[in-house]
Design a protein around this ligand. Structure first.
Ligand SMILES: [Zn+2]
Length: 423
């Protein structure tokens, strides 16, 4: 299979595989025609999650597949890159389709692209640096590797200090907030007694708000500003101000946690290289263990801290400082209604199988003293999600096997010795 063959195979197979997965994932939503937003969100979740997963899985699979071809069929790295890009284009198309169907509105490709870029620039600029570090470091702990590890640590500190926001402002993805938002934040600041240095608005494909405590900064997405009324904006601002009031030890703990996880991921390459030089199965296992350790640390240490801070910010949002002047005393129902509007706009299920840093919406509403009028919904179907992913993986395997059979290309099972060591 030549360059064009790989690109066509990656595009065609990815399109078919992710489309088939999306069909399976969306079948219950199409059949049920839900009448409430939380039913819709629950039924849409498997297809949305599976299409997000294939966006990551298929480009990576094709890149690995091309890169690991045996020596006599080896391609330069850019062929693997182009195959991954083709798979990304196909899965992006299907992801767009899924969002259009599940949200029931036209979602533009540029809107989605802009949202992704914005998210990754503002929230995870350090991830780009870590990716570059993995490419630039060596398999040993030499000066170059230490420099990339130091660079990764600095990037985390820079992101926590608001570096991503500065970057987003430079490229026009973020701007100072409108007077309406500023007024809402001022009301929230008066109610909570927390000061804020900067309030920004940015374009992400979600209705949400963020706080960057070390920079004293609050960001609202344009969709959140459109979705919420003035009182609800102020209520969400109180939650974000709750984050801004986290102590320096919490900020340091969050930063140290993020730095440790990212540095461990970058260090997986030299650690496994020192333990088992060359490219072999032991080395892959060693690298996987380092990544697993970072994951366990993240879930066991970083997330519980984040969860406690979310509950604290929620408490501040629905019941701000009791000594607040009566003129600034907010209505506690505003926060609950704001939360429900944001989740509805994002089609985020009210209850999921695994809660992230935030508790489930249903529990947040109960904690805010405004339990929903509707009964606690079941979480989205896990078997439906797994079926969608399995169909996607199955079609990919069949597509690749067929291409290999037709072209007479031998399977890349001479790996892993064959990979990576080419000039
Ligand atoms: Zn929060």
């Amino acid at each position: 299979v030549g360059f064009l063959g790989w690109v066509l195979l990656a595009f065609g197979t990815s399109l078919l595989a992710s489309w088939a997965g999306a069909r399976v994932g969306m079948a219950p939503l199409r059949a049920a025609r839900p009448s409430t937003w939380f039913d819709r969100a629950r039924l849409a979740f498997p297809a949305r999650a599976a299409s997000r997963f294939s966006l990551l899985l298929l480009p990576m699979s094709f890149a690995a597949f091309v890169a690991l071809m045996p020596d006599d069929l080896a391609h330069p790295a850019w062929v693997a890159f182009c195959a991954a890009l083709a798979a990304l284009a196909a899965t992006f198309r299907v992801r767009l389709h899924v969002e259009r169907i599940t949200r029931g509105r036209k979602v533009g490709a540029s809107e989605m692209l802009r949202g992704w870029v914005g998210l990754w620039v503002v929230m995870f600029p350090h991830a780009w640096v870590a990716g570059a570090a993995v490419a630039l470091e060596t398999d040993r702990f030499d000066a170059r590797t230490w420099a990339t590890l130091a660079g990764t640590t600095l990037a985390v500190a820079g992101a926590f200090a608001g570096g991503g926001v500065a970057l987003a402002r430079a490229v026009g993805l973020a701007r100072p907030a409108s007077p309406r938002v500023v007024r809402a934040v001022e009301a929230a600041a008066a109610a909570t007694g927390v000061r804020v240095h900067a309030v920004l608005e940015m374009d992400l494909m979600m209705a949400n708000a963020f706080a960057i405590p070390a920079a004293g900064m609050i960001l609202f997405t344009a969709e959140a500003v459109r979705t919420l009324d003035d009182a609800q904006l102020a209520a969400v601002a109180r939650h974000e101000l709750g984050h801004l009031s986290e102590g320096p030890r919490v900020v340091a703990g969050r930063m140290a946690g993020a730095a440790l996880v990212l540095v461990a991921l970058v260090a997986a390459r030299p650690i496994s290289g020192v333990l088992s030089p060359g490219v072999n199965l032991e080395r892959l296992l060693a690298a996987a263990l380092v990544v697993l350790a970072a994951l366990v640390f993240s879930l066991g240490v970083v997330r519980p801290l984040a969860r406690r801070m979310e509950e604290r910010a929620d408490a501040i949002a629905h019941a701000p400082a009791p000594h607040a002047p009566a003129a600034h005393a907010p209505d506690e129902r505003d926060y609950a209604s704001a939360l429900e509007r944001l989740y509805a706009a994002n089609l985020m299920p009210a209850v999921t199988r695994i809660a992230g840093a935030h508790p489930h919406l249903y529990d947040r509403l109960v904690a805010a003293g405004a339990p929903p009028a509707w009964p606690r919904p079941a979480p989205p179907s896990r078997s439906r999600y797994l079926a969608a992913v399995l169909v996607c993986v199955g079609v990919t395997i069949v597509g690749c096997a067929a291409a290999i059979e037709i072209t007479g290309t031998p399977l890349p099972f001479g790996l892993p010795e064959a990979g990576f060591e080419r000039p």
